[in-house]
Design a binder for this molecule. Structure first.
Ligand SMILES: [Zn+2]
Length: 332
């Protein structure tokens, strides 16, 4: 391939990509980068594999869904089987303003690439702030129905907030729960995102375009982006998302689960909680998580609890119920 060659391949091998969110997009882009030989892949995801994911999340199997394996772990196992010569670092965690610095190399090290595999604007604006403060390239991607949107934001060029100064108001945008996602659109977004990442790794500069592709009709629009004077992030240097406190309870896209992660959560002793829950629930515990099938006044539901104090509830829809159940079964 002209533009890569042996020198380019060596540069790709020295690269580090952090993939935030290993759902549909994250799986697809991680596989492309692993097969291309990107030397270090850091994978971050807060959720576990569900049967409804398999239509578009290409690194997972029915067995992963049956065992409710955390997505970051299931993906890292599959990637290690694909390419044993790269380093894959999985983290079962919710990437947020509270902990983002834990997953990045120190500021004096080579800046990693930030690959967007998220499904929410909160995290995208946080990634944009991190990219601008740390001098990282940020590869935005979003998929809804049959449309794939991508943009490569590289240091010194326009940033996400030059185009969209503020996140859309909650509920104004379709989500993968309300509109659905077509598998091929995911692959299109991941392909453009991975190609831009590889171009940057070999020393080229991907042009600042917002690329909007409709895989159903084959139509594509390219909008040239430019830096905006007065951009709150790259021009005014206000990094408000780096310190913005997220809500304790959030709804996860895709499989109807609620996450509850109290701000004052402590590290959880999973075997101890498992022991406490066994008389009232069917409990399994691994080094990474505890899973309990419970039946109480809320009806049958499932709780996945992680060592960082985060819990995912399936079978309930009200944030208030998530708080009540957390207090009841985990403690405050
Ligand atoms: Zn900007």
């Amino acid at each position: 391939m002209p533009g890569i060659g042996t020198t380019g391949a060596a540069r790709i091998g020295a690269g580090h990509a952090i993939i935030i969110g290993v759902g549909a997009l994250g799986c697809a882009v991680a596989e492309l980068l692993a097969r291309a030989g990107v030397g270090t892949l850091t994978l971050l995801d807060r959720d576990v594999v569900d049967l409804t994911n398999l239509q578009r999340q290409c690194l997972f199997s029915e067995a992963d869904a049956a065992d409710r394996v955390p997505k970051a772990l299931a993906a890292s196992r599959r990637l290690a089987a694909i390419n044993s010569s790269i380093v894959v670092r999985p983290f079962v965690a919710d990437f947020s303003a509270r902990n983002w610095a834990d997953f990045l190399p120190a500021p004096d090290q080579t800046a990693p690439l930030l690959l967007d595999g998220t499904d929410n604007f909160e995290t995208r604006y946080l990634l944009n702030d991190i990219a601008v403060t740390r001098g990282c390239a940020y590869f935005y991607a979003g998929v809804i129905m049959c449309r794939a949107m991508t943009a490569a934001f590289t240091p010194g060029g326009p940033c996400l907030r030059c185009i969209f100064p503020d996140p859309p108001a909650p509920g104004t945008q379709p989500t993968c729960d309300t509109a659905g996602v077509l598998g091929p659109a995911v692959q299109a977004a991941a392909a453009l995102q991975a190609a831009a990442a590889l171009r940057l790794l070999v020393g080229e500069s991907p042009e600042p375009f917002l690329i909007d592709t409709d895989v159903w009709t084959g139509e594509q629009r390219r909008i040239r982006l430019s830096r905006q004077t007065g951009c709150p992030c790259c021009d005014m240097r206000h990094f408000e998302f780096l310190s913005r406190a997220a809500d304790d309870t959030t709804t996860l896209c895709g499989a109807g689960s609620l996450q509850h992660w109290p701000h004052d959560a402590r590290t959880i002793d999973l075997p101890l909680i498992a022991q406490r829950l066994r008389p009232m629930a069917e409990v399994t515990v691994s080094p990474f998580m505890l899973r309990a099938r419970l039946r109480d006044t809320h009806g049958p539901m499932e709780m996945s609890l992680f060592a960082d104090g985060r819990a995912l509830f399936r079978g309930i829809t009200e944030p208030a119920d998530a708080r009540t159940l957390y207090a009841r079964y985990v403690g405050c």
